[in-house]
Design a protein around this ligand. Sequence first.
Ligand SMILES: C[S@@+](CC[C@H](N)C(=O)[O-])C[C@H]1O[C@@H](n2cnc3c(N)ncnc32)[C@H](O)[C@@H]1O
Length: 238
Amino acid sequence: MPLDNAAKYARRFYSETYAKWYSNQDSSALSDPNWSYYAAAIRALFSHTCRRPSVLDLGCGTGRYFQAVPAHSDLTAIDISENMLKHAEQALVECGRSPAGIQCADFRQVNFPPGTFDLIYSVGVLAEYSPLDSALLNKLYVWLKPRGKLLFTALDAQSRPLSLTKKAASLALPFMPARLRGRLYPSIGVHRFYMSEARLLRLFAGTPFAQKAVSRHASESRSWQGAHFVCIGSKSGE
Ligand SMILES: C[S@@+](CC[C@H](N)C(=O)[O-])C[C@H]1O[C@@H](n2cnc3c(N)ncnc32)[C@H](O)[C@@H]1O
């Protein structure tokens, strides 16, 4: 199946140079309060899981959150960027895991059998570099086992407002010459994936998760200003 524009963009955006830069930030990111916040949220998901939970990292990037996953889990990680995955493979090996669990794929197109995972998490991906919609959330629901949990972040649009000029430019983006579009897209194009709280709550409410919790986390990092909604969906025991 051909990649949609968002997936093509994500693959292009995470180029070899960018992936190298991103991975160079990994060691300092691990001492960043944002990392600790999301790592703790991921670890908390494991409190009621079975002995050997199967876990999916959706949009794993360079594998920044692999260390938050207990060693006794079966970890699968998906990302669309081969460049990011090269670093993720190394991160997996450093955690003493097999790189066999890594897949280079568009998670919107890939399919796992129903009930494959105990836990799925996705940090800094949905409603940011990839659109968040009910089709994807319903698919993730199906991939979970009964009593499985999904944790995902969604970028709060209000925390990263566009100036009027950028707003106008974002509307004109699809009509611009490719080179200009490529230059402007990273700063303004993905803005359309960001979520308002109302839209996120509506979207999440429409999914079959038995329990849903949404909180908001503002970045405490100097290098990135903004906030994410942190969403946790729990599947019933069926
Ligand atoms: C900001 S990075 C976050 C990586 C990692 N979760 C972290 O927190 O460090 C976003 C990642 O999402 C991946 N991505 C975006 N859209 C994707 C898609 N449709 N399928 C798979 N991966 C995708 C990108 O390639 C990129 O590595």
